[in-house]
Design a binder for this molecule. Structure first.
Ligand code: DMJ
Length: 458
């Protein structure tokens, strides 16, 4: 009897249940009805709180360091990264005064005529994408002019022997640099460069960004996978680890989203082949949950079982691609990762359910996926998830002066940065999740990897 009891309790501990005997069947109480209107209002208030801190301590600079109440510029001189990244959020949330102030700042002060070497990917997704979506939302032609000026200065990145972009470029001289790069930095340009092409009627932007992604796709392995690092001068892979995390993630996202926004059949075919390879080779089952881990792109051999905050973009893209069951299961896994500590760590090992990187960078991906799932299914479970995310952000990342990243979700030690994507993405997806389903017209709209809505108007 004792032996039986022990076996029983070990099994129950392993399965996370509290008692040995089958518990009486008590129906789950229905989830409490959320007051969506109150949540929407609270997200607006918190956005105002974050923006006010930027305005007070970092006005005219790239980002805010909320703990030291200081500004941060990425390249010594400001490119107004937070105001540009945040402007469409301020407009969409109806924060009229804040949006007007951001627009005035951008119209009057933003200049790209600077002798600085910038990262093409980050400036494209945050600044070029922000300018384009804000132009479409406001009709302010200065924003389109700025986008065109920036696009022209970034364009030399594509002048490599393979046509795949260098990682950096000097905004004044046009000198590109950094031949070792990754799929995300090559493949996450087409929504922004393509939209710029359509709005300015300059085909070069679309053609170069599309050629680059095709060159990358051509270099996929026989298994249909891409690796982690590639040299754009030789076209050779430098690292063959394949996964859907940082450095690769949004390459896949843009195959599908660009196929949708531009009605591009090449890209649709490339997405279909690629997602089939991901589902076939990277998808992994552990603890009854679906994950996407790491394999070698050539042999398919499993190399690691890591998953993290960045990987959590995938349920959203699976929803867009019509794979609802996988999306649901993967978001449930992401939620399990969140619940390990009550806020998600940057990376876990999903087999050991152990934290590998304890930071929380105020990332939006898990919230983004909850919003896509909510729209696709109508299920209240995703609203409840969103409330869990929002409550945790309020409890652990809010400061008297905006919001900050966490150095550790194990100790709750705070870092000192409010990344621009917090205002571009994190609060926007929370708002969209709680807002009435028809609050925005998403007809022919695709959201970029930085949550900038781009509308097909051409
Ligand atoms: C954002 O800058 C973009 O979403 C990018 O694609 C990767 N993730 C960060 C936010 O986590």
């Amino acid at each position: 009897m004792i032996a039986v009891r022990r076996i029983c309790s070990v099994a129950l501990v392993a399965s996370g249940l509290a008692a040995c005997a089958a518990p009486p069947r008590v129906p789950h109480p229905p989830p409490p009805r959320l007051d969506r209107a109150a949540l929407v209002e609270r997200v607006r208030e918190e956005t105002r709180h974050a923006w006010a801190a930027y305005a007070k301590y970092a006005w005219g600079h790239d980002e805010l360091r909320p703990m030291t109440q200081a500004p941060r510029d990425w390249y010594g001189e400001s490119l107004l990264i937070t105001p540009v990244d945040a402007l469409d959020t301020l407009v969409m949330l109806g924060l009229g005064d804040e949006a007007a102030a951001a627009r005035k700042l951008i119209d009057e002060q933003l200049s790209f005529d600077k002798d600085i070497v910038v990262k093409n990917f980050e400036i494209t997704i945050r600044v070029l994408g922000g300018l384009l979506s804000s132009y479409q939302l406001t009709g302010d032609r200065k924003l389109l002019w700025l986008a065109d000026d920036l696009g022209a200065r970034l364009l030399p990145v594509f002048e490599s022997p393979t046509g795949m972009p260098y990682m950096f470029v000097n905004l004044k001289t046009g000198k590109p640099s950094g031949s070792k790069t990754n799929p995300a930095e090559i493949g996450t340009l087409l929504l922004e460069f393509g939209t710029l092409s359509k709005l300015t009627q300059k085909p070069a932007y679309y053609d170069k960004a599309k050629a680059a992604v095709m060159k990358l796709y051509e270099r996929r392995s026989a298994l249909g996978l891409v690796g982690e690092e590639i040299d754009v001068e030789t076209g050779r892979w430098l690292r063959s680890d394949s996964h859907v995390g940082g450095g690769i993630d949004s390459y896949y996202e843009y195959l599908l989203k660009a196929a949708i926004l531009f009605d591009d059949e090449d890209l649709r075919r490339m997405w279909k082949t690629s997602v089939a390879a991901l589902n076939d080779r990277l998808a992994d089952e552990a603890g009854g949950h679906l994950w996407y881990g790491q394999v070698d792109m050539n042999s398919g051999r499993r190399t690691a079982s890591e998953f993290g905050a960045l990987h959590a973009f995938l349920p959203a893209v699976l929803v867009l691609g019509g794979e609802l069951d996988r999306a649901r299961r993967l978001e449930a896994s992401c939620f399990q990762m969140w619940q390990l500590r009550g806020i998600e760590p940057e990376v876990i090992d999903y087999r050991a359910m152990a934290i590998r990187s304890p930071r929380y960078q105020l990332r939006p991906e898990i919230i983004e996926s909850a919003w896509y799932l909510r729209r696709a299914t109508g299920d209240a479970e995703y609203l409840a998830m969103g409330k869990t995310f929002f409550d945790a952000l309020l409890a652990h990342t809010r400061t008297p002066d905006g919001y900050t990243v966490l150095d550790s979700v194990e100790t709750w030690a705070k870092g000192d940065l409010m990344p621009s994507y917090f205002l571009a993405e994190t609060v926007k997806y929370l708002y969209l999740l709680f807002a009435p389903d028809d609050a925005f017209d998403f007809d022919r709209v695709v959201l970029t990897t930085e949550a900038h809505p781009l509308r097909h108007t051409w």
